[in-house]
Design a binder for this molecule. Sequence first.
Ligand code: UT7
Length: 335
Amino acid sequence: MEGTNLNQIGVSFKGSGSYVPNQILTNQDISKRVDTSDEWIKSRTGISERRISGIEEDVSQMGYKAALAAINMTKWDINTIDLIILATSTPHDLFGSAPSIQERLGAKNAVAFDLTAACSGFLFAVITASQFLKTGSYKRAIVIGSDQISSYIDWNDRRSCILFGDGAGAIAIEATLKYDNLIGFDMRTDGQRGCFLNLPSQINEDVITENINYSSSSFSSIQMNGQEVYKFAVKEVPLIIENLFKKTNYSSEKIDWLLLHQANQRILDSVGDRLNFSRGKILSNLSDYGNTSAATIPLVLDEAVRNKKIKQNDIIATSGFGAGLSWGAALFRWG
Ligand code: UT7
């Protein structure tokens, strides 16, 4: 079975890969640092532990390993990759971390760049890459979500430090003729509510010469209004998916898997309930990894593909949401 028949170029999803660092930070570990408990964290978020990258790791190294695993699944010749997009909010180089993944892969024919949209980043990058493929500009793309959020957490702030972890995931997308496995998508931004989740730069005023001043900058830690982000997610995510169902003539009964950004198990369950998804159809690995920002969607996807939960031609409804505030949804057929 193949996707919608077309007389134009479509895309297909050919492989997935992921990587998580070895260091495990449990809820018990966190409770030695801040006033919290395993019971509180598990019941409010569904998270038991998360991975923290070591000092020798960064988003490029994690992203490279995830991308390589995805490419190995496809068996593509590395020289045939045209495009690499890295979704990240925590680059190890503010000028872009994707080129160093391109270099590590030896994908010398690929153009590589970063895309920043926080927890919506991976979904936005998949949609962006798909546009390049559908116009016929490029044939093969690797889309990576990789984040090292641990570097930007205030580990003394119990309201936010419990949620996040590090990791990376990737998928391989190819232009195809006649069918399109990206069934539909929608993306939204509301900058007015951007103040609810930020990782702002800290401006330090200084002078270059007597009459020319400038601001040197560094980054502070994640600032989050958890309750507002929670309310935003449980309201907007069902709406955008419902609208996508209407646009594409799909409904939850026709969907095999609900693949949401892994932010909080209560958000996943609430969105699933609103859309009439049985709990068994909601993919989740929050318990093991927490919120890895741009990496959560490809990380759960890869896990489900490798343990043969997601099968060829399964239909997946996905949604990314978070800082911006930004959110998006896509319906796609795996394969
Ligand atoms: O990619 C998007 C990233 N962000 C998110 O997904 C955040 C979405 N929001 C959430 O997941 C939830 O709002 C949180 C898990 C962050 C917080 O859960 P909540 O049920 O909304 O708790 P709350 O903020 O309403 O706080 C309830 C109580 C407060 O105590 P008081 O004022 O009622 O006495 C907090 O001080 O829980 C307290 N609290 C904690 N207690 C133990 C807050 N954090 C903790 C903690 N351990 N870690």
